[in-house]
Design a protein around this ligand. Structure first.
Ligand SMILES: Cc1ncc(COP(=O)(O)O)c(C=O)c1O
Length: 411
């Protein structure tokens, strides 16, 4: 049985998202529902659990690597799911997507080199660039008819002026939920080509694509300076703490350098739990993924309808992919202090502040929606009540001020 089961399940854990010290540090309280980490609460597909149980029950852990079967399972998946023809020989396994990006930055750029990201951008990109002692260069996305777009002109200017050597592309884009179209990527590649910029394409969210949208991998472009972090079962199948990352390079020269570097550090072996669980996921959990996608879409629809009925002024950006929802609370016209009080204290919603992603407007927040809908419904009902309360207070205060100016004796 590979059906998706929407029950959230926590049990005993040390999940980062629930760590009291983290919650207190961010929200000043542990009494918030953790919508801030981009992982999921749902149980993995049954074949993944069975495979992990098989390995546990076997109780023998001799050295066991099976990358051929793993890469073959990924080749079949990308062909079936995304009509993308890949070669098993061009994959390199790394511990995770972020460690893969760090490795590529260290290998293919020099200390001080400029590396471009599209902001708002997943916060770990700037962390990795800074920690590698490279320079973060931003290319802010623009909002056109409520949709984020790459500002190609601005990006090209930044590349030229800052002498950008590499860019980290996020596709689908975290936090805005954009799935870049083939036309957009074609334009991006043309600019990269013009300035010989290495494209590191993080495609970890590539399987979380909503109906009506088409994912295009950087691996489908014939650009020799593109390296793709193709998928990872982490986001697709909810295997965040038990999966590896996978680099894909079509260019044999770059591939050779990456393989050498990864094997020189003995990083390419993974472990049997991750390997076999990943193979089974790509082979047997497709139906589960379709169930997840349908559930997530219904959650987006529910939130959108609830907000349009009850929370005037809150903008919900419709995601094309990812299970991150991006919100703009500007229309509520609250001070930052009021907004934090409403969201974190009263609605107890542990959203990720947009500032983490380089967003300068404090009214932007990200919410991870990969949790049971009951949690989301409860949170939004609290949010509606909290906003109603604050608005009533503000109206009363405004009225009071108006009355005061008319009649100094009021209040
Ligand atoms: C765009 C993006 N890349 C990478 C990661 C983390 O990848 P990993 O855990 O494999 O290092 C995340 C997790 O949220 C992400 O959103």
């Amino acid at each position: 049985m590979t059906q998706f089961n929407p029950l959230s399940s926590y049990g005993q854990n040390s999940f980062i998202k629930s760590k009291p010290s983290m919650l207190t540090g961010i929200y000043g309280s542990t009494d918030v529902f953790p919508y801030w980490v981009a992982d999921m609460d749902f149980k993995v597909a049954e074949p993944i659990s069975s495979e992990l149980k098989r390995l546990v029950d076997r109780g023998v852990y001799s050295y066991e690597f099976n990358q051929d079967a793993l890469f073959q399972a990924m080749v079949s998946w990308f062909e079936r799911r995304h009509h993308l023809m890949l070669s098993a020989d061009n994959f390199v396994q790394v511990p995770g997507v972020l460690s893969g990006i760090a490795l590529l930055l260290n290998q293919f750029t020099e200390v001080g080199d400029a590396v471009l990201i599209h902001t708002p951008a997943y916060h770990q990109f700037s962390n990795l660039i800074s920690k590698a002692e490279r320079t973060v260069v931003t290319s802010p996305l623009t909002l056109v008819n409520d949709q984020y777009q790459i500002d190609f002109k601005g990006m090209e200017q930044q590349i030229q002026q800052q002498q950008v050597k590499a860019m980290i592309l996020c596709n689908p884009h975290n936090p805005t939920g954009r799935v870049w179209s083939k036309a957009e990527l074609t334009q991006l590649v043309a600019i990269a080509k013009r300035y010989d910029v290495l494209i590191i394409s993080d495609e970890i969210h590539s399987d979380i694509i909503f109906a009506g949208h088409q994912f295009t991998s950087m691996a489908s472009f014939d650009y020799p300076k593109a390296i793709t972090l193709l998928g990872s079962p982490a986001k697709t199948f909810g295997m965040h703490s038990i999966s590896n990352g996978y680099i894909y390079a079509g260019n044999s020269e770059l591939l050779g350098v990456i393989k050498h570097q990864v094997s020189a550090m003995y990083l390419d072996h993974g472990n049997a739990f991750s390997t076999f669980a990943t193979i089974v996921a790509y082979q047997q959990a497709e139906q589960w993924l379709d169930g997840l996608l349908a559930y997530l879409q219904q959650t987006v629809n529910w939130i959108t309808a609830f907000v349009s009925q009850h929370i005037n002024g809150l903008k919900v950006f419709q995601p094309q992919g990812t299970y991150q929802l991006w919100f703009d609370f500007s229309g509520l016209e609250l001070s930052q202090q009021q907004l934090n009080m409403v969201l974190f204290e009263q609605a107890k919603m542990g959203l990720t502040p947009g500032a983490w992603f380089g967003e300068s407007n404090p009214n932007f927040m990200r919410m991870n929606i990969a949790t049971a809908r009951e949690n989301i419904i409860a949170s939004f009902e609290l949010l509606r009540d909290a906003i109603d309360n604050v608005e009533e207070k503000l109206t009363a205060a405004n009225k009071c001020q108006g009355d005061r100016s008319a009649d100094q004796g009021c209040c």
